[in-house]
Design a protein around this ligand. Structure first.
Ligand SMILES: *Cc1c(COP(=O)(O)O)cnc(C)c1O
Length: 455
């Protein structure tokens, strides 16, 4: 090409889509971090059924929660405001890892031989490697504002515990964590991570609480469950002065905090020159990362701007949406929480000890349950070997080893990409990759050496 006559003559003016068709990433600035969280409740055509006080069976009053949550979070739990401002100290901490990357999976597309355009929103670049930090820093902030000294919580695979351990440290609170025994034992680096941030960690059920002792009697040699660990943490918070409880998923305020994921993704897809995606896949344990990425897109659907098909990908070992009943149930095993209207396998359900610890929960967020019940979302169940097979294809192409949980979302997207290849279509597919799998390598080892249960 000869440059002597100036710049080469341009062809027709490129559309934004042409310009970015080859891009892998688009770049948002710190100033693009959302200033408000999005609350879908006022936009839902039918309001979700309220939580009930288990004693009176009447809708829960804010005071019912005051023994374990600060007023700032209780207000969000019941809020009818569409946009809730993110406090400046929380936005300041978000700057450590937000905006999170949205990446065009060109290499995955080529590996699959698909014409689908696949994007993933990656939350594994947060300080502790998952989306959980988005809510942890908000929860620690409101508790610190309320003068609380210590937060007690449960954790499954340890991501929530480490996110809260980091967040409490940042706001000068203490942190006590009840970790599901099976993951405490099988993933020892998880509790070391929490302890590094200054938290104290106990395997659950423990003999430190009435709930823990009773559960050990009822279920000898139990691997533990999130429901059991919640019972212990709630008991400690409800019976100690200056101590509150913190939940990493399920509740409205947690999904609210996670909406930063979807709000950023909408902006990023625009920069890629895309409209709204045709399909969106997220893994669903308690529903927070899925809600976080999907609810802003559901708003676009409800307002007629988008038509994104949203699919919850749950583990076959804890298939609350696809196999559970939609009814009021407790969030924990001992019946200490309010009654939540949700898809549930029963508060007593103890799933197989599959590797995706964060998905081993008997229920589902009331908002996501409602959205599913109203036909605004689909759900599929994925066995863990299919999930890891997908995760390894993804890792080889993208260079990121996803969290065990995230593999379920990737498996859902790979099913869709294969269907598209068969049908000769080219949908835009968005995957929520909720975390990094660097600490899940023992599970990858089991998959690779052929000993992983097909549960
Ligand atoms: C906790 C966790 C999940 C499951 O929880 P949700 O509330 O359903 O998001 C999924 N992925 C990762 C990486 C997690 O840490």
């Amino acid at each position: 090409m000869c440059w002597a006559g100036g710049f080469p003559k341009r062809g027709p003016v490129a559309t934004v889509r042409d310009v970015n068709a080859e891009s892998y990433r688009v770049h948002l600035q710190e100033s693009d971090i959302p200033t408000h969280w999005y609350n879908i409740v006022p936009d839902l055509p039918v309001p979700p059924p309220p939580p009930l006080n288990p004693g009176t069976k009447e809708p829960l009053a804010p005071e019912d929660l005051a023994a374990i949550f600060p007023m700032g979070l209780i207000a969000q739990e019941a809020s009818a405001e569409r946009w809730i401002e993110i406090p400046e100290p929380v936005r300041e901490l978000y700057k450590l890892w937000r905006p999170s990357p949205l990446i065009r999976a060109h290499r995955l597309e080529r590996a699959l031989g698909t014409n689908a355009r696949i994007y993933y929103k990656y939350e594994g670049a947060s300080p502790v490697g998952s989306h959980k930090t988005n809510s942890a820093v908000a929860q620690a902030y409101y508790n610190a504002q309320a003068g609380v000294k210590k937060l007690v919580t449960e954790t499954g695979a340890g991501q929530w515990g480490s996110a809260l351990a980091f967040a409490t440290e940042a706001f000068g609170l203490e942190c006590e964590v009840y970790q599901v025994r099976s993951t405490y034992d099988s993933k020892p680096y998880r509790h070391v991570l929490m302890e590094t941030f200054g938290a104290t960690v106990y395997p659950s059920p423990s003999d430190r609480t009435n709930a823990g002792r009773a559960l050990q009697e009822r279920f000898p040699d139990t691997p533990g469950s999130l429901g059991m660990a919640i019972s212990e943490a709630v008991e400690v918070a409800a019976t100690s002065e200056g101590v509150n409880y913190s939940l990493g998923s399920v509740l409205n305020h947690v999904l609210l905090h996670q909406t930063v994921i979807g709000l950023e993704a909408i902006k990023q897809l625009k920069l890629f020159g895309e409209q709204l995606p045709d399909q969106l896949y997220g893994c669903a344990g308690g529903g927070s990362n899925l809600g976080g990425i999907a609810l802003p897109f559901l708003r676009e659907n409800l307002e007629g701007r988008g038509n994104t098909e949203i699919t919850a990908c749950e583990p076959a070992a804890a298939p609350s949406l696809t196999q559970g009943e939609y009814r009021y149930d407790f969030g924990d095993t001992s019946g200490m929480t309010p009654l939540l209207k949700m898809y549930t396998l029963g508060a007593d359900f103890v799933p197989d000890p599959v590797h995706a610890g964060g998905l081993r929960y008997h229920g589902m967020a009331p908002i996501m349950s409602h959205v599913y019940h109203e036909g605004m979302m689909k759900a599929i169940a994925v066995k863990q070997r299919e999930a890891f097979e997908a995760g390894i294809i993804f890792a080889k192409a993208e260079g990121i080893v996803p969290a065990s949980e995230s593999n379920h979302a990737i498996a859902g997207a790979l099913r869709a990409a294969r269907e598209a290849a068969e049908a000769g279509t080219s949908p835009v597919i968005l995957i929520g990759v909720s975390g990094s799998g660097q600490l899940d390598l023992p599970a990858y080892a089991e998959y690779l050496n052929g000993t992983m249960l097909d549960a």
